[in-house]
Write a protein that binds this ligand. Structure first.
Ligand code: SF4
Ligand code: SF4
Length: 212
């Protein structure tokens, strides 16, 4: 007997993206209504990262033209100095404080003080804050890791494949739009959206908490 298609399977990547963009807009509106001070923006950004996790997983499911090579444990793109919007440094540190052991927190602190040539959240070749990694880390992707080894990220020669072409491409557009929206809100609050180096922003936040 033929199986009936679920509504999700009939959704094209583009219509799915539009529905998620609407969801993000609602989240922005509701989140902004609750904000009484600039630091409350962090909470909103955290919810957006959770939405990003869902969107990424679902797009890969409905738009799996070719799997991306990225996964936690692939760390070539983590071995450079990462520049981010500072709000994601705050989220990264908060998440680390929630999930790290005391020993790992001390290792992180040591890296922040002494400096590292790679991202301070990279431990044993994996991202230690993967669920809450900054937007910019999600924007790096590749269909072929050998390209990353030559320093070329994203689609490279594969290029744009049409509006319904590739989950990673759709996801990148989603991230771009969200990030621009966050920047606009930050500026409205008089916050400079950067970019700043991740390790420097986290180090400053660390001492802010210690000395604050
Ligand atoms: S962009 Fe390249 S190096 Fe980074 S996670 Fe993806 S495949 Fe690995
Ligand atoms: S936060 Fe995670 S994904 Fe981003 S650069 Fe650092 S280790 Fe890599």
């Amino acid at each position: 007997m033929p199986q009936s298609s679920s509504p999700a399977s009939q959704t094209t990547p583009l219509t799915y993206m539009r529905s998620k963009m609407d969801e993000a807009d609602t989240m922005f509106k509701e989140g902004l209504a609750d904000i009484s001070q600039p630091s409350d923006l962090t909470q909103l950004a955290g919810k957006l990262l959770d939405l990003c996790n869902d969107v990424s997983d679902h797009l890969a499911h409905i738009c799996a033209v070719k799997p991306v090579a990225c996964h936690n444990g692939c760390d070539i793109c983590c071995k450079s100095l990462i520049q981010i919007n500072p709000i994601f440094a705050r989220l990264a540190l908060e998440h680390a404080r929630d999930i790290f052991t005391q020993e790992r927190l001390e290792q992180l602190h040591q890296r922040l003080v002494e400096g590292t040539p790679f991202c301070p959240f990279l431990f044993d070749g994996s991202c230690s804050i993967y669920e809450k990694r900054p937007m910019v880390c999600r924007g790096y992707y590749s269909l072929d890791i050998s390209m990353c080894q030559t320093g070329i990220f994203c689609e490279g020669e594969t290029g744009y494949q049409g509006d319904d072409g590739h989950a990673a491409h759709q996801y990148r557009i989603f991230l771009f739009v969200l990030e621009k929206r966050i920047e606009e809100i930050e500026r409205g609050f008089g916050i400079e959206p950067g970019p700043v180096f991740l390790h420097e922003a986290v180090r400053d936040l660390w001492s802010e908490r210690v000395h604050g």
